[in-house]
Ligand binder design. Structure first.
Ligand code: SAM
Length: 266
């Protein structure tokens, strides 16, 4: 390496590092695609279909008559991925153009990205969509018993105090309202788990390094998935917050790489 090359490299570095941080929100979906081989999109579609927003009663998925509209809250809603899908489903499948959603997130850049993306949807400047900068553990500006559906996708494992966030979810939901969570979980087959662990601990930090120039964040991602409570334990936490849990309480996706957990406020 020549001196000129070394100097060029040193000058480029801060720009590169700054770029990584300011672009995290924008690159978020691309990184998700790399990490999950695009499967996160299918999980999100399935998550929303399983909730069936906009039906007559939030807790019933069998009714198809038009409803007065659901009041929905997507917590850790980041870039709006779940929120736009929920509104689309309520509008197009359940003829519920009056269903509304608030996207809430603790991170202003993620929220800004969601706002920017909303401009390319039919919900641009619509009163059906609003944004709230808030910590999931302190949703003071959301009233008690005011929400039909609370969703959180790939967010809860990052919360510092998950039981507290679950109690806040319980507080803001109306009786009969639904808590629905999509999150990484535990692979149930031991052979598949061994393959998955090799992929996640081996490849993901490397991909993070190569694509985003940020190995540490992706190392954290893998570790946070490993630390998050597995299916049964997480279901029990939902019960502990006061929810009734339908059936066994969760649905595994792709062999348990992710799971959907639901609770209903009695
Ligand atoms: N729900 C989106 C999705 O599925 O694509 C975004 C998920 S992203 C992995 C996690 C989000 O959780 C980030 O936008 C982050 O800012 C947010 N988050 C982390 N801790 C939070 C907290 N305590 N309260 C609210 N949001 C939080």
């Amino acid at each position: 390496e020549t001196v000129a090359e070394a100097e060029k490299e040193a000058r480029g570095k801060p720009v590169l590092v700054a770029g990584v941080f300011s672009n995290v929100a924008e690159n978020y979906d691309t990184m998700n695609d790399f990490m999950s081989l695009g499967i996160h999109r299918l999980w999100k579609d399935h998550f929303v279909r399983s909730i069936n927003p906009g039906t007559s009663t939030p807790s019933s998925s069998s009714q198809t008559s038009p409803s007065p509209g659901w009041t929905m809250l997507d917590v850790a809603g980041g870039t709006g991925d779940i929120a736009f899908r929920l509104l689309d489903h309520a509008t197009n499948i359940n003829a519920s153009p009056s269903s509304t959603i608030t996207i809430s997130d603790i991170n202003p850049s993620m929220l800004a990205e969601g706002r920017k993306r909303s401009l390319t949807t039919v919900y641009a400047h619509s009163s059906r969509l609003s944004f709230l900068l808030a910590n999931s553990e302190h949703l003071e500006s959301v009233s008690d018993n005011s929400i039909d559906l609370y969703t959180v996708a790939f967010g809860i494992r990052n919360f510092t105090d998950q039981p507290k966030a679950l109690r806040e979810a319980y507080r803001v939901l109306k009786p009969g309202g639904v808590f629905a969570c999509l999150e990484f979980s535990g692979v149930t087959n031991s052979l598949f788990d061994a393959v998955y662990k090799r992929w996640s601990f081996g490849a993901i930090p490397l991909i993070g390094q190569l694509v985003a120039g940020d190995r540490a964040s992706y190392q954290y991602l893998v570790e946070s998935i490993e630390k998050h409570p597995k299916q049964e334990e997480f279901r029990d936490m939902i019960r502990e917050a006061g929810f009734e849990v339908p059936g066994k309480g969760w649905e595994d996706l792709t062999g348990g790489i992710a799971a959907i957990h639901k609770g209903i406020k009695p």
